[in-house]
Design a protein around this ligand. Sequence first.
Ligand code: SF4
Length: 477
Amino acid sequence: MFGVYLHRDGAGSVSHMTYDGLYALQHRGQESAGMATTTGEGVMVVKDMGLVTNVFNEYKLAGLQGHLAIGHTRYSTTGTSTWHNAQPVYRVTARNPARVRPVEFALGHNGNLTNTALLASAAGMLPGTVTSDSDVIGELLVRDLDSAPERDLVDALERVLPKLAGAFSLVVMDNERLVAVRDPHGYRPLCLGKLDEGWVVASETPALDIVGAHFVREVDPGEMLVISGDGTRSVYPWPPSEVDPRLCIFEFVYLARPDSRLYGQELHGARMRMGELLAEQAPVEADLVMGVPDSGMPAAEGYARRSGIRYGHGLVKNRYIGRTFIVPDQAQRAQGVRRKLNPLRSAIAGQRLIVVDDSIVRGTTTRAMVRMLREAGAAEVHLRISSPPYRWPCYYGLDTGTRSELIAANMTVPEIEDFLGADSLAYLSLDGLKRATGAVGAGFCDACLTGVYPTPPLPASVEVQLGRKEPVGTRLV
Ligand code: SF4
């Protein structure tokens, strides 16, 4: 997600800046992209299925004028991957003589609400009228605005936000303001940057760099930052007792870019430390350490450095393919690995390999990769994973499926080793992972590793309504 506010028209093209920001954030979602801008006289939205470069061209960007914009790339969790669910979500209030003009707003959401069905039924929304958790937020806001014409968007957000549960970093805009919100646990990142002529908010710091903004700070968990012609103003819609920072630890492991900074740490360095600790915790004799491109590479470098075993490349990645994990169905995922990776036979043949990857979720891609390495002549394949076993479903913005789909929830380490066809398999410990982040004492969500969910459990009926196969508890057994 990205948002920009310029203090005056003509200080820059907000659509081109948003395009650049979204391009830097493409890895966070590849299903659809969209943008909303305003000149102060109306909110215009352009969104479509596909990558940022597919959705926008010079002609469309030229038509998106103004001093204020938000943008979004989508990776679906709640709600299907369709044009209707592409973001930003747009809403406008009903005409009301008590208002000078209707309130229009647009909203981008990163995360996943855990009480979508409850919110929808409590508000009397008819089944099928709202199609995603983000759509429910938009609907609750417009209903709040319609119920009291003296309210503005910030008033409505203050009233609606405390009703939401789960993970939500938001960028919201009307004709005058840019609003950035992080839920009280701060599961998903969001940062603030400063331009000479305005402000930028973005999911990750590289999106600030690309538009020439300098990093100011992360938006705090539980903070609503309102940016307008009057400057910036922080509002705190939740009581302090509900604010408990739990940044998704997989942002450090895998999700965010290696050049992103979170909790004051650059992630490339943190990922190298994960590899170093993994080499200490799970040594093995071998000839070559290699990483699974791209996100396994820094940890492989760290493993090689600490173990003293030669580091090299054994797999070549097609640069034009998306992440295999961030696609919506299993068939696309399995096909993705064959399209994505090809072995370097001369580097692999006859070698005992240590293959470092960031995680194993379903095992589909890892199994295909191990087979590929063996066919290329690898003498041994030792898998080293720079995070602990992924055993519990994520309800906060990663579509990891149900427990039945998670390989580590259903098999022991030796069974997984056997299933994957590896000579050995070892994971980094949770303590090692937390130490490697370098963010001493910082709050993390690690529910998918421990089964301890920071946001209260959902009733089984809600799980059924959400279409999931099994209910979630604070700890599933
Ligand atoms: S459950 Fe796992 S993937 Fe989901 S937010 Fe928590 S740490 Fe991240």
